[in-house]
Design a protein. Structure first.
Ligand code: KG4
Ligand code: ZN
Length: 359
């Protein structure tokens, strides 16, 4: 008998005990169910891209309201899709931060209320810890110590992962994130939002050697990144084109620009792998969906004998399966959040032996 979607009765003996993950840090409302054995049973994502497209970027106020509208339905779909009932849900994991304040509050409030109603623990998850945990979803044998590159719209961070749940920051972007470089570059080229996938598509018909862009920071041997100089180079290139100085096909421009970002990400990641003497590299986060990055990473990993873990594209961009995976690890170690857990737009990643999750 279901009147409100939260029927807490009903048998659960045949259903695998599970953990529900929730994600609302930016413009994707997502829910996923992971069995307590670590098997992904369902993953549902309601994207708000259409809502924000006409503004050319995410409008925080709108994002919060859309999360509020969709979160219950998305959660019900994830639970139904997993073939489990509410009684099988033994814990709720939710992204606590970083992200947009109002957007996070929707997920955290909903997750806490649901955990309260089900009388199960709630686990707050750091969004980047979620991205890193996505490595294990498609590759349960992903071995540590390893290097993880988290490359998304807000972050370009390189971590040493001594073991699951522990992270040491090796380097990060000093200005824009790689996803931002894709999005801003796409806007300069007149492409629609979200820019990263649009630039990826345009670049597929271009030749990256026609226009050469700088590879900022690469020559310094550092593990940090910088993309603002590259963005400026694109601005000049586009300005010259519109002034008729060089009528270069925009596909070539996109391909050259993308190649510079990819080169910087790949070189720096493999540099970290060599420097720290590890054999595994995981590349996670939205930019990990980029087709050229995936191809170059695979070729390079084959050549150098590095064990590469690249989650499938749907697990690179924001989703709740990754939140469930990170929450599952914390849950099994008893790292549950307290009842007064808040949402933290600037949540820091705990460096070692922790999850940014505890309150
Ligand atoms: O991880 P994500 O979904 O959200 C954040 O945590 O930021 O990453 C979103 C970013 C955006 O900047 C988007 O343009 C970029 O990932 N992205 C891509 C591709 N798909 C998503 N960038 C380049 N090529 C893609 N195919
Ligand atoms: Zn993300």
């Amino acid at each position: 008998m279901r009147s409100n979607g939260y029927d807490l009765r009903g048998p659960s003996a045949l259903e695998p005990p599970s953990l529900l993950g929730l994600e609302t840090s930016c413009d994707e409302t997502a829910a996923a169910v992971l069995s307590l054995e670590g098997r992904l049973l369902s993953s549902v994502v309601a994207s708000q891209h259409d809502v924000h497209a006409r503004f050319g970027g995410v409008v925080p106020e709108l994002a919060s309201r859309k999360h509020l509208e969709h979160i219950a339905g998305v959660t019900e779909d994830a639970v139904a899709g997993a073939g489990v009932g509410w009684r099988a849900v033994r814990a709720v994991a939710v992204t606590r931060g970083p992200g947009l304040a109002g957007a996070l509050v929707v997920g955290v409030s909903f997750g806490k209320a649901l955990a309260y109603a089900l009388d199960v623990p709630c686990v707050g998850v750091h969004h980047l810890e979620g991205h890193i945990a996505s490595a294990w979803l498609d590759d349960p044998d992903f071995a540590t110590p390893a290097v993880a590159l988290v490359v998304s719209g807000g972050h370009t961070h390189l971590y040493l992962v001594p073991q699951r749940g522990e992270y040491a920051l090796l380097g990060k972007t000093l200005d824009d994130a790689a996803g931002e470089a894709f999005d801003k570059g796409a806007r300069m080229l007149g492409l629609s939002y979200p820019g990263g996938p649009a630039l990826d598509r345009l670049a597929q018909s271009g030749d990256p050697s026609v226009v050469r862009f700088p590879r900022p920071y690469l020559h310094r041997g550092a593990l940090d990144f910088s993309f603002s100089g590259l963005k400026t180079a694109l601005l000049y290139c586009v300005r010259d084109r519109t002034r008729g100085a060089a009528a270069v096909d925009p596909a070539h421009v996109a391909a050259g620009y993308q190649e510079a970002i990819v080169d910087v990400l790949v070189e720096t990641s493999f540099r970290a792998v060599r420097r720290y003497g590890v054999s595994g590299l995981a590349v996670v986060g939205g930019v990990g969906a980029n087709s050229r990055l995936r191809a170059v990473l695979r070729a390079r990993a084959d050549r150098e004998g590095v064990r590469l873990t690249l989650p499938r594209v749907e697990l690179c961009t924001d989703n709740a399966a990754m939140v469930a995976a990170a929450g599952w690890w914390a849950y099994r170690r008893g790292r549950w959040s307290s009842r007064d857990m808040d949402a933290r737009p600037d949540l820091a990643m705990v460096a070692a032996a922790g999850s940014g999750a505890g309150t």
